[in-house]
Write a new protein. Structure first.
Length: 367
């Protein structure tokens, strides 16, 4: 998911036969999205890049994934050092104050497909929007999907998605399958330009994979969400749903270039599926929400759920890549906030952008 401030030719229109897609269905009844609102922004980082050359997170942090384990909140997130992504772990007892625990997914070996870096996509965990978000133990193991890019730099090339597992309650000792489990489609398809992260959920004694694909390898491109189903009930072989993309971009507006970064949960209070996602119009990324009765046909809120902020704010450029959890009567919506760097010192440490992790909530934060 590429959000750099210096897109070239971003207004150039191209005709692409791979971009035929279902029409977006907007839901005009705003009350259906009332319980998903998180209007109160914390307005400070909860996890920030180090700014120190050589650190795994020197230039940015991104893509938070939260779960509960043995009474604690844990989060995996990715750090960028100028070469590629690596995945780290943090812990908290209140969701607002986090302690970094270090890298748990370093780069793969020199000749491996994930040698540039390993970026967390998702864990297998409870998916009830109001649930406990405990990890799912399958075959006595905890499972994580991750994505890796082939080229050095910020999301260089088309990512493929891999699978890792651990029996270690400290999440330090990992085993890797050694090859991707899901790769891009052939050129010319709506997802033939590349993949990003996936989101895998339990569904009716099986699994579903929602994934983020793009139509072109090089800009300009569109990013949309598709669905894949397990070939044999396992986590290692997947086939694409025949009517993809299930969550397409719109024809115009805030979600016309990207409608992706899918974060799918089940609302146990009404039985609906809820998809939190990020929309992009070529200038700003903002968070959105869609609902569904079957997890395939989605009705989208016409307005962003979390908008990018005013100039000078933490998320003045982008508010994107959702992670949502319910705790103590409040809904927490974590996201990656991006703003331009403002001083020579910041530009020296972080480059053109300051990229951190923050949160918005359904209830106000204490001063």
């Amino acid at each position: 998911m590429f959000f750099k401030c210096y897109f070239k030719n971003r207004n150039k229109k191209t005709e692409d036969p791979a971009m035929s897609h279902p029409t977006v269905q907007y839901e005009k009844n705003a009350e259906l999205f009332a319980d998903n609102q998180t209007p109160y922004k914390l307005n400070r980082p909860i996890l920030a890049p180090s700014g120190t050359p050589g650190d795994f997170d020197a230039l940015g942090v991104d893509n938070m994934r939260i779960f509960r384990h043995k009474g604690w909140f844990y989060a995996t997130y990715i750090g960028f050092d100028g070469v590629g992504y690596q995945t780290a772990l943090a812990v908290s007892d209140d969701l607002l104050n986090w302690q970094k625990l270090g890298v748990i997914f370093p780069r793969g070996s020199a000749n491996a497909w994930d040698r540039v870096g390993r970026a967390v996509s998702c864990w297998l965990h409870d998916i009830d929007l109001y649930g406990n978000r405990e990890l799912i133990s399958k075959d006595g193991k905890y499972w994580m999907f991750y994505h890796a890019y082939p080229d050095k730099g910020y999301e260089g090339g088309s990512a493929a998605n891999g699978l890792a597992w651990t029996e270690d309650d400290t999440f330090r000792d990992w085993h890797f399958l050694g090859k991707p489990v899901f790769e891009k489609a052939p050129e010319g398809e709506w997802d033939g330009g590349g993949l990003y992260s996936v989101w895998v959920i339990p569904f009716e004694n099986s699994w579903r994979m929602y994934y983020n694909g793009k139509n072109n390898l090089r800009w300009p491109w569109k990013e949309q969400s598709g669905l894949a189903l397990p070939e044999d009930g396992t986590l290692t072989r997947w086939r694409r749903y025949e009517h993809n993309p299930v969550h397409p971009v719109s024809g115009s507006g805030w979600d016309s270039v990207f409608a992706c970064g899918q974060h799918v949960l089940r609302d146990s209070r009404n039985g609906r599926w809820v998809l939190f996602f990020c929309g992009f119009d070529g200038k700003h990324a903002q968070e959105g929400v869609s609902i569904s009765d079957d997890g395939i046909h989605w009705r989208r809120s016409p307005e962003p759920l979390i908008r990018n902020g005013a100039p000078g704010s933490l998320d003045s450029m982008h508010a994107h890549k959702p992670c949502v959890i319910y705790h103590n009567g409040a809904l927490y919506h974590f996201y990656c906030a991006v703003r331009p760097t403002e001083t020579e010192e910041e530009r020296r440490r972080f480059g053109k952008e300051f990229r951190c992790l923050t949160v918005a909530r359904s209830t106000p934060f204490e001063p």
